[in-house]
Design a protein around this ligand. Structure first.
Ligand code: AGP
Length: 608
């Protein structure tokens, strides 16, 4: 969601802040702003809409300085507007702050301050924090923070300038991420790695309830009681170019095309493909633990949840283990029955999704082990879990997740195979055969991408359709869910996923001339059934498409077919995801949508 960047050093901060904010654009925003300390005063520039508006404003009304903070805002309290954009100042214009997250008790705090005579300019919870810091200022920012932060309920990542300390950016977090790096002749803070990656590769992660005081010379960290903390940095070896479009018109298209490489790298990370053996040291369960395990609960949101459903299905089927995937935002409030021999997997690309973090904490508080399946090194999910399985997708910039989904689904497939083997439901020879088949997937994905023109052409003829149904059974149903999400997210066409067998129980009434019905059909044991459901939709006027392997001549005659390479069908959903992503992409392209930054959405959902 919102993005934060800050710089203090010997260079002019404005260019560094604007470039950093550009790198955070993918998180989603509706206004942007920056504050600079110059000649003993706080100078603020803000603009509604795109970052280019802020850049224009700064050109027309220049501001310079060696210390500053910037922000891209995604509205929560108060409409997207110039007034509500960050930074916000206190009544004396001593402080400027930017904030990610939501202060849940801001209404009460605002009323309390209003009674003390404080007048508010904006509707934001952030201004409440600025005014609190101003009102309760002790003359020294760290002690002020210890006084004010305990008043705040909810989540926050804060960066603060104080004109009386013209070399220091103060930062604090509870919930939202904040990182600190050294570079560009000074120090930088940000809410996300890409913002500062071109200046710094050795990153400090501010922990939960910690405070940082960042100066050009370095950074001091403190816990919530004011005790100094020693921290070691984490080296980030992401390719900086990975945050560029590389000639693709959109990050999403680039990331779709990166999938063969991502699948290959993730596979080789977990599997020795020469020996056809799982790398034991990288798997979360020892043989004894795998045998003793009675229940595995996977949790995630959105696409991560759909990848989890795919994992749930294969773990149940292959490893004969009770596995259940839960939506994190439901799970955390459901008073879940957590059992003594249960383990958890928290799935998150960003590692910062608030509901997933909360669900992870719930499981840990119940004393259960949590494994993180995560793409961002050093993120909250990665740090707080007991064990880590990284997905090697590299930075994913487009809001619509593609390569991270594939890496999550693949990692869960490898885990399912490992558990099946360790629990005695798969022989070593069968495991080797399965891993060999899995090794074919990256090349097959590459070949599939070579056929994208067919989908592009189809999209050019059907982009005006009003609704799309994605149907499938078993793993294909979970794939259908991901396909429908991708479509809604970026083309804004109303799309639904149904278990094909459920069509007759209601949704068939919605099928009429002009509806598109796409059947995902990678699972041979239910192929005939799904195909007859598809033809029922055709008989009611739907335009039908089948996505699967080795189509029969009858199917080719009856439907538009997007053929998948002949893969082991346990892993074929990985291939089926690619035409679904391309389909969403090309529909959105035809409709002129803002593909990488779809309306109302953010890359990392750090509020409820
Ligand atoms: C994916 O296309 C979505 N943008 C969204 O559903 C996302 O997967 C979800 O918000 C979870 O994010 P996470 O993986 O970073 O936790």
């Amino acid at each position: 969601m919102c993005g934060i960047i800050g710089y203090t050093g010997d260079r002019d901060c404005v260019g560094i802040i604007l470039r950093g904010l550009e790198r955070l654009e993918y998180r989603g925003y509706d206004s942007a702003g920056l504050a600079v300390l110059e000649d003993g005063r706080v100078d603020i520039r803000k603009a509604q809409g795109r970052l280019s508006n802020l850049a224009e404003l700064v050109k027309a009304s220049p501001v310079r300085g060696n210390i500053g903070i910037g922000h891209t805002r995604w509205a929560t309290h108060g409409e997207p507007s110039y007034i509500n954009a960050h930074p916000h100042a206190d009544a004396n214009q001593r402080l400027a702050i930017v904030h990610n997250g939501v202060i849940e008790n801001s209404y009460t705090l605002r009323q309390g301050l209003a009674q003390k005579g404080i007048a508010f300019i904006s509707e934001t919870d952030t201004e409440v924090v600025a005014q609190l810091l101003g009102y309760y200022h002790t003359g020294e920012m760290l002690t002020t923070l210890y006084r004010v932060l305990p008043m705040l309920e909810g989540s926050f990542a804060l960066a603060i300038l104080d004109r009386e300390r013209p070399d220091t950016i103060y930062c604090a977090r509870k919930g939202g991420p904040l990182i600190v790096g050294r570079g560009a002749g000074g120090s930088l803070i940000a809410s996300d790695i890409p913002a500062i990656l071109s200046y710094s590769r050795d990153i400090f992660f501010l922990g939960e309830a910690e405070i940082g005081a960042v100066t050009p010379e370095g950074v001091s960290f403190y816990d919530s009681l004011g005790n100094p903390l020693e921290k070691t940095s984490v080296h980030i070896d992401w390719d900086i170019d990975a945050a560029e479009k590389d000639g693709y018109p959109h990050f999403m298209l680039k990331e779709i095309h990166q999938q063969p490489k991502v699948l290959e790298e993730t596979l080789r990370h977990y599997v020795d493909m020469e020996k056809l053996a799982v790398r034991r040291e990288r798997m979360p369960f020892t043989p004894a633990e795998a045998k003793a395990l009675r229940r595995l609960t996977l949790i995630g949101c959105g696409t991560a949840y759909y990848a989890g459903l795919m994992g749930q299905s294969l773990i149940r089927r292959l490893a004969r283990l009770r596995a259940d995937c839960e939506i994190a935002s439901e799970f955390r409030y459901s008073e879940p029955l957590i059992e003594a021999d249960e383990a958890f997997i928290a799935i998150s690309q960003s590692g910062e999704t608030l509901d997933t973090v909360a669900a992870l904490r719930l499981a840990k508080a119940a004393g259960r082990p949590v494994i993180a399946l995560c793409n961002v090194i050093g993120s909250t999910v990665a740090r707080e879990a007991d064990q880590l399985m990284y997905t090697l997708a590299g930075p994913e910039i487009a809001v619509a997740s593609t390569k991270a989904y594939s890496a999550q689904a693949l990692t869960l497939m490898i885990l399912a195979l490992d558990l099946a083997h360790l629990r005695g439901h798969m022989t070593t020879a069968e495991l080797k055969t399965a891993l060999r088949a899995l090794g074919e997937i990256p090349g097959q994905a590459e070949r599939l991408l070579g056929q994208k023109e067919r989908i592009q052409y189809f999209a050019s003829r059907h982009f005006n359709c009003k609704k799309i149904f994605f149907i499938g059974r078993l793993e294909d149903y979970y794939l259908a869910m991901e396909a429908a999400l991708k479509q809604k997210e970026i083309s804004y066409i109303h799309s639904e996923a149904y278990s094909a067998g459920e069509l007759k129980h209601g949704p068939l009434a919605l099928i009429e001339e002009g509806a598109l019905v796409i059947a995902l059909a990678t699972q041979s044991r239910v192929l005939d059934k799904t195909m007859s459901n598809l033809l029922e939709a055709k008989a009611r006027g739907g335009k039908v498409v089948a996505v699967g392997q080795s189509p029969t001549p009858e199917l080719l005659a009856a439907a538009e077919v997007w053929e998948l390479p002949a893969a082991d069908e346990r892993f074929a959903p990985l291939l089926g995801a690619i035409p679904m992503q391309l389909f969403a992409y090309y529909m959105a392209l035809q409709l002129g949508r803002d593909i990488d930054k779809p309306r109302n959405l953010a890359k990392s959902v750090t509020v409820e």
